[in-house]
Design a protein around this ligand. Sequence first.
Ligand code: UDP
Length: 328
Amino acid sequence: MRILITGGAGFIGSHLAEAYLESGAEVYVIDDLSTGSLNNINHLKENISYRGRLFIHIDSILNRELMLELVGTCDVVHHLAAAVGVEYILKNPLASITTNIQGSEIVLELCNKFKKRVLIASTSEVYGKHTHAPLIETDNIIYGPSSKFRWSYAASKLMDEFMALAYHRTTGLQVTVARLFNTVGPRQTGNYGMVIPRMVNQALKNQPLTVYGDGNQTRTFTYVKDVVWAFMRLVENSGAFGQVFNIGGIEEISILNLAKRIILASGSSSEIKLIPYDVAFGKDFEDMQRRVPSIEKINQLIGFNPQTFLDTILSEVIEYMRNRSIAN
Ligand code: UDP
C-alpha cells in the first residue's frame, strides 16, 4: 500500500507517516516546511525498519507536476497540508487562503483524475462562534465579519469541504472530511499560536503562562495518536465516503484551568498572566468561547472512543519538550 501524506512533515502528518510505516506501508511525504519541520521526520528516515519505504519531497502542493506524479503513484491520499494556527493565519492572511484553497483544489482534482481515495483534514474552526455543546456535523455555522481575519481560516476550510463533497456528488470521488478539534501531543510547536506547547514552554522556563482574555473560553483537546487511528480507519471505510466527521476528545477544559494543570504537571514556579485579546492579537480579533465535539457519528461508524486523558497528554508533551530543550 502506498500512502501520500501532504503536510507529512507537520505535527499530525509526521505521526500519521510513522503509523503507516509501522504498519508496513510505503509513505510519500510532500511538505514545503512552512510550518512543518524535518525534525519531525528525521527519526523516521534513520529507522532501519523503514528503509526504502519513506519518500520525502520538500515542495509545495501547488507544484501540480509533482503532485500529478505523487497522486498517480499512491493508493490513498491524506491531505493535511494547510496553513494552520490562529497566529500564523493572522500574520500570513493571503498565503493562508491561497494554500488552503488552491492546494486543496489540486489535491481533489488529481485524486478524482486517478480515482484515488482521499481524506481531507478540516477543522472544528469551521463551526465558527457557537457556544452550545456538543457541536454536531449538521450544525449551522456562524462567522464574524470579513474584517476579522480569523474567520478566513474557517471560510477557506469550509470551501475545501464543499469542494470535496461536490466531487463526491458529481463524480463519486471516495473522499472523507475530518473536522479536528484541537489536536495536541509531542512535536506540536507553539510558534503558530497553539496553546499547549506555548504554555508548556513557558512553564519549563518558569515564565508567566499567557492566558488570553479571561481564560473562561474552553476547548476539548484531542490526542494526536487518537486522530491518526481515526484517519487510518476512515479512509478505508466506504461508509465514510462523502461524509463529514468530527474527531475530538472527551474532556472540556477552560484555558485558565489548563494553565493551572500545566503548572502542576511540570512542577513549575510560573504564575498566570491574563492578557487581553486586543493586546495579544490586535483589535480585530474574536475568539471561540467554547468548542466541544459530538463524536457520536464517528463512534458509530468506526468505534472511535478516545481514552487518552489530558493529564497523560500533558505529561507526554512536557517530557518531549524537556528532552528537546536538553538536546538544543
Ligand atoms: N491561548 C491562550 N494563550 C496562548 C495561546 C492561546 O490563552 O498563549 C488561548 C486562545 O486564545 C484560545 C485557546 O487558548 O482561546 C486555544 O488556542 P489555540 O491557538 O491553541 O487553538 P484555537 O482553538 O484557538 O484554534
